[in-house]
Ligand binder design. Structure first.
Ligand SMILES: Nc1nc2c(c(=O)[nH]1)N[C@H]1C(S)=C(S)[C@@H](COP(=O)(O)O)O[C@H]1N2
Ligand SMILES: [Mo]
Length: 325
């Protein structure tokens, strides 16, 4: 997988560091791990928090399952949770494909979320307090990783627009910035000091207000297991997966365009916009197709990952920007 290149040592792309090809198809995956390794695993793969476990997610366990919002239907089959629950990207816990195991060391209790920057009134509140102010719903979304694999997932959460209404940003705010924890003692991947921790992502206010932008607190009708980015992550289904930041601690409003984690590492490969477009290749591979997790089937990638109707208008006046990378 590694290619010969002249970028600095720290300029590591996802594709170079993840042996994805070995894990894509279910049969390959089961073979690679040994089917018995899954069936007989000591760790439950999808450890949904239980009410009695005292964690932030546990204290909100009564909110699941939430009713499905059928506006967001997908014609594809939902990817089984025993596949999506063991095939994760979460660089805070390393760059291998056993992330789901390593991520069990994530501590989500207590979990405070700070909302600051250009807002009427900055606030820090507990995850459970925030969630109880929101109305949860389930949405089935496609997810397209920049590495050219995809899955279909039933997320539970609330629209990012509801968070905006709660945060009351100033009229001068132009971007929302999301930040993950930075705790190398808990997350050993963060000992890799050449990465620009903490993981950061951002979108414009218009993108944040789009109906599709979704803050996720659960999956498969349960509170979010750690490897999926507990207790709070983003789902931006029309963008490459790296925009959907996990384990959010801080949400800030600003008038300066933020530089995201991957953009700092390789700006020509992972830009600010990162909208899915099959006609714009990544500098080192085609984005025309994607491999479906579980079946390993290759299917054509869709413009905006199939969500053009909802989001294309956001970009009508921005055609000079690097919108698709
Ligand atoms: N904090 C954080 N968020 C992250 C990542 C990460 O490494 N750290 N990886 C991203 C990438 S590249 C993808 S494809 C998705 C993967 O989500 P999943 O593991 O739930 O499938 O999370 C995104 N969010
Ligand atoms: Mo990704």
């Amino acid at each position: 997988m590694p290619t010969i290149h002249r970028r600095p040592r720290w300029s590591v792309s996802e594709l170079e560091v993840t042996p994805e090809a070995a894990f894509i198809g279910r049969r390959t995956l089961l073979k690679a791990m040994g089917a018995g390794a899954i069936a007989g695993s000591a760790l439950p793969i999808l450890q949904a928090a239980a009410a009695e476990d005292g964690s932030a997610a546990g204290r909100t366990a009564d909110l699941y399952p939430a009713g499905r919002n059928d506006t967001y239907k997908v014609e594809r089959a939902i990817t089984p949770e025993d596949i999506t629950g063991i095939y994760n990207n979460f660089y805070e816990f390393g760059s291998h494909k056993q992330i789901w195991r390593a991520a069990q060391s994530l501590v989500t209790d207590p979990w405070a979320i700070t909302i600051d920057g250009m807002v009427e009134k900055p606030i820090t509140l507990g995850f459970d307090e925030l969630v109880r102010r929101m109305k949860l719903e389930e949405r089935v979304y496609r997810h397209r990783c920049v590495e050219a694999w995809s899955m279909t997932v039933p997320w539970t959460g609330f629209p990012l627009a509801s968070l905006l209404a709660f945060a009351r940003p100033l009229g001068s705010a132009q971007y929302v910035v999301f930040e993950t924890f930075n705790d190398p003692g808990m997350a050993s991947g963060q000992k890799q000091v050449w990465y620009p921790w903490p993981y950061t992502e951002g979108v414009t206010m218009a993108e944040a207000g789009n109906e599709l932008a979704f803050l996720v607190t659960g999956v498969y009708g349960k509170s979010l297991p750690k490897q999926f980015g507990a207790p709070l992550r983003l789902a931006l289904p029309w963008k490459y997966g790296f925009k959907s930041i996990k384990s959010i601690r801080r949400i800030s409003f600003t008038d300066k365009r933020p530089q995201s984690f991957w953009e700092k590492i390789a700006p020509s490969e992972y830009g600010f916009w990162a909208n899915v477009n099959p006609d714009v290749p990544h500098p080192r591979w085609s984005q025309a197709q994607e491999q479906v997790l579980d079946t390993g089937e290759r299917i054509p990638t869709l413009l905006y990952n199939g969500y053009a109707e909802e989001v294309a208008s956001l970009y009508a006046s921005l055609q000079d920007e690097m919108l698709y990378r």
